[in-house]
Design a protein around this ligand. Structure first.
Ligand SMILES: [Zn+2]
Ligand SMILES: [Zn+2]
Length: 339
């Protein structure tokens, strides 16, 4: 069967490999589509070479059908339409014992620490599966994992219907947070500097402004009668958005840290004191976030098709990475994994 391999130094090859027989507690999935994530782009640039074993099959935002099953897998059977929550936890560490297995201290992320979905047949633990409704397309289903990220962020931020949210950063995760928040009844404003991303946000029905040409603080205060917004999502991971995030919330407002800040950055801590703000970390997702993501996608209330910029064959993966590097015009690219 065919697979795409990361070989290091921004090199992707496609070739043949042998399907892995599903062992106890495992299923093998015929992968339909797999989205390219920011993390995959990081791997492509060699920033995670300490974690991946080259040649590595990557990818974790997928949809597919159960093809065969090992012993002890519960109700799953061949033909079931599924997506995978790509987290493998240890079950024994303090985080797992506290009920936080999604941020297990020994967490293995499937598709980074072990082979991923960009292959025709993918063998994974059955405990990672979520069932897809029949009417949800495989293309849209490949967005469930990033939508689950957005659902987790919105839930951790305790965003309520009627509240005002501001999302700093209009990339795929920022836009999906906007869509989940709006569909959940909140008011949403996206702040993004890239004009193509602002256009896409508007196409999705989201309010979006460029903070370099619009006074974002004044806009938010205007919309909230001078109070400030209820929740800020920091998704961009840059110093200007870290500077902005403390200026926008109301008294006792919340800031959700979604971005991965690899380096420490200065933060205006005085604002936390002065307005009794709360800073909330949010990382990956829990099973209920996947269930919510599937429910929201299946409801048809979120315009997901415009988020998918293009669909390419496995052989097109390297070019797709280079196109995503260009930024702006493309949002989510899906790969067809079994054809
Ligand atoms: Zn992802
Ligand atoms: Zn653990």
């Amino acid at each position: 069967m065919r697979a795409a391999f990361y070989e290091g130094h921004e090199t992707i090859t496609t070739g043949l490999c042998s399907p892995v027989e599903p062992g106890p507690g495992q299923v093998r999935i015929r992968v339909s589509h797999c989205g390219i994530c920011g993390t995959d782009l990081h791997i492509f640039h060699g920033k995670m070479d300490h974690r991946v074993k080259m040649p590595q099959i990557i990818g974790h935002e997928m949809s597919g059908t159960v093809e065969s099953v090992g012993p002890d897998i519960g109700d799953w059977k061949a033909g079931d339409r599924v997506t995978v929550r790509p987290l493998d936890h240890c079950g024994n560490c303090p985080a797992c014992k506290a009920g936080h297995s999604h941020i297990c201290m020994n967490l293995k992320f499937i598709g980074i620490d072990s082979p991923g979905a960009m292959q025709a047949l993918w063998t994974v633990p059955a405990h990672t599966l979520h069932r897809l409704p029949d009417h949800l397309s495989f293309e849209q289903s490949a967005l469930i994992e990033p939508i689950a990220v957005a659902c987790h962020d919105v839930r951790m931020g305790e965003l309520q219907a009627g509240e005002q949210a501001v999302v700093l950063g209009g990339g795929p995760i920022g836009l999906l947070i906007g869509l989940v928040a709006k569909t959940s009844g909140a008011h949403v404003l996206i702040s993004e500097v890239n004009s193509a991303r602002i256009e896409l946000a508007k196409k999705l029905g989201l309010d979006a402004v460029d903070p370099t040409s619009t006074d974002l603080v004044a806009t938010v205060m205007e919309r909230t009668d001078g109070a400030g917004c209820d929740v800020v999502f920091e998704v961009a991971g840059a110093q200007p958005t870290v500077d902005m995030m403390t200026k926008l919330p109301r008294t006792r407002g919340r800031i959700v840290m979604v971005a991965i800040h690899a380096q420490p950055k200065p933060v205006d801590l005085f604002r936390f004191f002065w307005r009794e703000l709360r800073l909330i970390g949010a990382r990956v997702y829990e099973p209920q976030d996947f269930e919510r993501a599937i429910e929201l996608a299946a409801s048809g209330k979120m315009p997901l098709d415009p988020v998918i910029s293009k669909i390419v064959p496995l052989e097109g993966l390297g070019d797709a990475f280079r196109e995503l590097d260009g930024g702006g015009e493309v949002m989510k690219i899906l790969v067809r994994c079994s054809e």
